[in-house]
Structures are given as C-alpha cells and as structure tokens.
Design a protein around this ligand. Structure first.
Ligand SMILES: [Zn+2]
Length: 689
C-alpha cells in the first residue's frame, strides 16, 4: 500500500471506530468520496475473511467456520447501512451515481459467497456433526440456518442440477424485469383517459382536477384533463366522478393491464414464470414453489396459509354482499336503473362513508399535533416496558431536521439511539420506514453493539404559525414504524444470522401491534389533546375513530384475500406445469372462493407486480397473517383487563421482540401467547363476525 493511500484511508471515517457519542455514524465527517473506497475495502476484507475460513487447514468447527462466517463482512455492513439509509432519506446525484456503480458489485459479491463450494463444504461438515459438537441451542440453530440458506440456493445439488438451477434463475430474472417493463408501459404509456369537456369532471374535488390538468400538460394535452392508471390518479376519479361511463372506461383500463394482446401483454410471462418456479422448487426437493417459500416462514405449510385465508374469505364475503346491497339501495334511491358494477364500488362506497362513517380530517387534526403523537407513543412504550426517551442535541445528523433520542432501559442503562426524521423534502423517498444504522448484536471481538434506529416519514409539515398536525393515517403510521423501532431496540442475540432476524410473515407483528394502542380510547385520552387549548379529544371523535375502522371492510378484505389466494394457487402448481390459460385459471380460482362479480382481486395476474416483479411470490398473504397475530396479541392484553399489563408486556418484549429470531416464529409467539393465534380477534376488529 502506498503512503498516499494510507493518508487517504486514515481520513475515511469508515476505516476507524466512530469517534462520536454512543458510536453513531459521524455524518458531519463523512464525505461522499468516502463511500466507494469503503465499499471496495469492505468487499476485499470480506473476501479475505472468507478465504481465511476456506483455507483453514483445521477440521471445520463451530468457531472456525460458522462463527467466523457469522462475524465476517463487518466493514461492508457498516458502510452499506449508512450509505443506503442516507440515500433513501437524503439523496443527491453523487449518491445515485455511487449506487449505480456499487449495486451490481454488491450483488456479484454476495453471489460469489453463496456459490462458494469450499465454504459450503465446511458449513456442511459442521452441520453434519452438529450433534457431536456440544453446541448450545442457539449455536445449533445458527448452524442449521446457514446450512439451509446455502441448500436453498442449490449449494447441495450435484453439478448438473446446479447448472439447471442457474439457468432457471437467470430466466426468472429476465422474465421478472420484462413483467415490470410491460406493466410500466401499460400503466403510464398505453392508456390515458383524456377529458376535454368540463361537465365530465362533475363531482371531482378541485385538487384532483388541478392534478389532472398538470398530467395533461405533461402529456402535451394542454387545456385538457388526463387521468392515468396509477392509483393516486385513478382512485379519486373512481371515488368522485359522477360520469359513470368514464369510471367504467378508466377502471377497465386498469384491470386489463398486461392483458391487451399487445407487445406489453404479460400472460405468457406469467405462464413462463409459474412453470419455471415450479421446476425450481422440484429441483430443490419441494412439492411446489409455495412450499419452498413458506417452509422458511412462520406459517410453515401452504395448508396453514390456505386455511386461514379461506376462513377469513368466508367471513368477508357476506359483509361485502351487505355493503353492495347498501350501495345498491343508495343508487336506487337516486333513481338509477342499473345494477352496480366493479367500477361503481368506490363511488358509492364514498357516499356511504360520508353518511355512516364521516371522519372529518380537519376536525381531527388539531388533536394530533406531531409533538403530542410522538409523546403519546413514547408514553405507551414507557408504560409497557419502563423504557425512557431523552432528547439529545449533540449527535451528528445527516439532515438538520432529524431529531435524536437516547433510549434508556428500565434500570437507566443505555439501550440504544433513535433518530426521527418526519417531513418530506425533495431528496427523500416517499412513504415511511424504519431502518437502522447499526443493528444490536456483538462484533467480531465479542463486544456488545447497541442499536441505532432510524424512523423516516413524510408527514404533513408545519405551516406558518401552525405546528405539524397529523391525520389519523399518519398517526397510526408513526406508531407502526415505532413498533419496528422497538423491535430493533430490544433485539438481542449473539449471532448476526438470528438476532432480530424473523420470517417475512412475522416482521409486521411488532409494528402493527402498536397501532392497536394508538386507537385505544384510554390511550387517545392520554395523548390526543388540542394543540392550542390542551383540551382532551371529545368522546364523540373517539367513537368516530373507532367506527371508521369498520368502513368497507367486506370489500377491502375480499380483494386482498382474493389476490393472496391467486398468488397461492399459481405457486402451488407442481412441475411439470401444464397451465396454458391465465384468464381461465384466475376465473376458476376466484369462483372457488366465491368472490362476487363486483369485486376484482386487488391485483390480477397480469399486473400482480408483488409476486411477478417483487419479493412476495407465495408471500402476498404475509400482511394479513401478521394482522391476525397483532389483533390476537392485543386481544390478550385486553382480555387481561389491562392494556398495560406488566406481565404480558414483559413476556411480549422477551419472547417476541428480544428473542423473536431465537426459534421458529410460531414457537416464539406461543411462548408469549400460551396458545396458537386465533383469527377471531381480527374478525371482530374488522367487523367480519
Ligand atoms: Zn411495517
């Protein structure tokens, strides 16, 4: 190494221990030019560490193989966490350039590791000897996890089968890109609802009309109004437009995307992907692709997923029919002579909502100042777990708007750091998320590492002399992300592979469960106070909040479950797949579960990006599964007569939040709950019983 490089490296904050309070990233010292050298060095160190494992002449042991692998790549993790989190929350062109450069390098890097035959040989050797190595339960679990990770990628297959698998993976990758490109064209390019007569805008709110005028301008149709098939453009039109023919035109455009027998048709892509996934599952020793995916999840079997979906569908269908009947009556009363169709649902549901569930946002907001909501969620965590939150101002931040807190445990000891970043800005991605700059765990020298958690949102900002006043959706979102945050703060575990690492259908339990506290009358009375007068939210508004949770649930649940079933049905097909007609398949699947004609599945096959161009194949059900769990968990508190029951809170913290990754998800949950989760509390909460 030359002297020059050494000086350069000495200045790079990623190459030394962070010299900051609580070891948080020194954002004020990190320069954009520090990232790439840190990535390069991080990958090099990681490779060296893996080489040291594979070239070790000693017999593979837990320490020299599994533990060494578990603790490898720390520099790469360190720089990746800072880089990708900052990029999401406070992007710029330089960061984008680095991302484009480094992303393919990182994916090649991880492929090289998962295909490292020598590494797998050593892991396999430890795995096969695991019962003779005097390992404790956690060590054994980590060995099994790593072995399974490699096995699931095909590392344990003979060479010719590995070749076959590689080909399938390549084809699947190409097809999923194609699916996404077709869908993008069908959504943005191939369809526009162009309106040139003002009377056709009747019913639409002003903001919606203005946005449509903007879209028209962008499409070179100045002076007209254009509606597109993305949901922010389409849904308001379906909700408010009085012109029924235009609603039909727009919605038909939406639900036929990818199914127009043009260059962007996705039917063959779907058939090919389903066939290849079934082949992949067979190669890896599974009956079908869904079994392969769900084997890693809390549900464990496709049967368990089908069972809960079908039970909920049976409960949702009569409610959907009732909603339809109510809307039909409303339409009849208006003197209409038609039977409602799928494109009428949003329009009449909106009328019904106004009549029965009207929750005026402007009436609500003054009780939900950001400060009160934040203090409310902190207070809930304090009452449940005894932890405290102390604002500190001397930590470096990546943007001046970020708030920082030290979180202390019941006994006053340091638990972790929490960053809160609330408001939109042009450099921030949309939505809300919880992430970490450092996960709880232990470093390669066995030293404890404390969590540094970050919550990023896009909430209503303060205006003039008014503070940020949240709507109900934003309020529950903050509680939701905070739930992920608590999971990250409480996580403990010796091994990177298992600490806090829970299955896909468990991830949303810690977050969604917190939303229950947000809306509980007892808790609302604690934090929902008028920002000017301090007046506690009136009981009448509390009742409205509670009631609004029941709006349109027959529809919401039916369309979600229908999509989940469609996903499951495609991925339960066994190889060789003989399926040839996507539309017929979908129709049969929907008939089997009794989906009414007035509702389409939330995503139809040809635009189901979650499963054909995302990470949710055989996994769209996970949100609903977690909803069953969160309702069941909260119900346990309620049944005890105290939503702050200390014994239950301690058990939830220990078994679900702290040790969630220590054993199979269902076992961890049952340690808390004492029995399997029931779907009854969710049905009750959503008015489906
Ligand atoms: Zn979440």
């Amino acid at each position: 190494m030359s002297c020059k490089q050494q000086t350069k490296n000495a200045d790079n904050p990623f190459f030394t221990e962070y010299n900051t309070p609580f070891g948080v990233p020194p954002f004020d010292k990190i320069d954009t030019s520090d990232y790439m050298p840190a990535f390069t060095e991080g990958m090099k160190q990681h490779n060296d560490e893996i080489l040291a494992i594979t070239e070790n002449k000693e017999t593979p042991t837990f320490e020299n193989t599994i533990l060494a692998f578990d603790k490898s790549g720390q520099l790469l993790t360190k720089v990746s966490k800072v880089f990708f989190n900052v990029k999401q929350a406070h992007n710029n062109e330089k960061l984008q350039e680095i991302a484009q450069k480094v992303t393919p390098l990182l994916s090649a890097h991880s492929d090289n590791i998962s295909m490292n035959a020598k590494l797998f040989e050593r892991i396999k050797s430890v795995y096969e000897n695991r019962d003779n190595l005097k390992l404790d339960a956690q060590q054994k679990r980590v060995v099994e996890k790593y072995f399974r990770d490699f096995e699931r990628e095909g590392a344990n297959l003979p060479a010719d089968k590995q070749q076959e698998l590689k080909k399938i993976n390549e084809q699947l990758a190409i097809l999923s890109v194609k699916f996404g490109e077709n869908l993008l064209a069908e959504t943005n390019k191939n369809f526009s609802l162009v309106i040139d007569k003002k009377e056709d805008l009747a019913g639409l709110p002003e903001g919606v009309i203005a946005a449509a005028a903007e879209t028209a301008k962008a499409e070179g149709q100045d002076g007209k109004w254009v509606f597109k098939l993305n949901k922010p453009s389409m849904i308001p039109f379906l909700q408010y437009a009085d012109n029924r023919d235009l609603r039909q035109k727009l919605y038909t455009g939406y639900f036929t995307r990818g199914n127009n027998n043009n260059n962007n048709d996705n039917k063959q892509v779907v058939l090919d992907m389903v066939r290849l996934r079934a082949e992949k599952a067979k190669l890896l020793g599974f009956d079908n692709f869904a079994a392969y995916v769900i084997d890693e999840n809390m549900a464990k079997t496709t049967q368990a997923v089908d069972d809960f979906l079908i039970k909920l569908m049976a409960a949702a269908t009569p409610v959907a029919k009732k909603e339809l009947a109510e809307m039909q009556a409303l339409s009849d009363k208006e003197g209409n002579k038609f039977k409602l169709e799928s494109w009428d649902w949003w329009y009449y549901a909106e009328k019904l909502r106004k009549q029965k569930y009207d929750l005026d946002e402007n009436e609500l907001r003054p009780y939900f100042s950001l400060q009160n909501v934040r203090n409310g969620m902190f207070a809930v965590a304090t009452k449940l777990y005894g932890i405290s939150f102390n604002r500190i101002d001397n930590l470096p931040v990546y943007h001046k708007d970020v708030e920082t807190y030290e979180v202390k445990d019941t006994d006053g000891s340091h638990l972790g750091i929490l960053y809160l970043d609330y408001f939109p800005r042009p450099t921030k991605d949309g939505g809300a998320w919880c992430t970490d700059f450092q996960s709880a765990g232990y470093d390669e020298n066995g030293k404890k590492v404390d969590p540094i958690i970050s919550i990023v949102c896009n909430f209503t900002p303060p205006t003039g002399d008014k503070p940020s006043l949240l709507n109900w959706d934003e309020t529950t979102t903050l509680f939701h992300e905070f739930g992920h945050g608590l999971h990250g703060l409480f996580t403990q575990g010796k091994f990177t592979r298992t600490a806090g690492n829970v299955p896909q259908d468990f991830v949303e339990l810690p977050s969604q469960v917190m939303e229950n506290w947000a809306g509980e009358p007892e808790v609302l009375r604690m934090y929902a106070k008028h920002y000017e007068t301090g007046e506690v939210i009136p009981e009448e508004l509390i009742a409205k909040i509670q009631n609004s949770g029941l709006f349109n649930q027959g529809f919401d649940n039916s369309e979600y479950i229908a999509a989940s079933i469609l996903d499951m049905d495609f991925h339960k097909l066994t190889s060789p797949v003989t399926l040839s007609n996507v539309e017929e398949f979908e129709k049969t699947a929907m008939q089997n579960i009794g989906l009414i004609n007035e509702i389409w599945p939330r995503y139809r096959s040809t635009y189901f990006a979650h499963i054909f161009d995302g990470g949710y194949a055989a996994g769209y059900y996970v949100y609903l599964w977690a909803a069953v769990l969160d309702a069941d968990a909260f119900d346990y508190f309620k049944q005890s007569g105290d939503i702050f029951n200390q014994q239950l809170a301690a058990s939830f913290r220990k078994n679900v939040l702290t040790e969630g990754g220590d054993d199979e998800g269902m076992i961890q949950y049952m340690k808390f709950r004492g029995q399997e989760p029931s779907i009854e509390p969710l049905m009750k909460k959503r008015g489906l019983n």
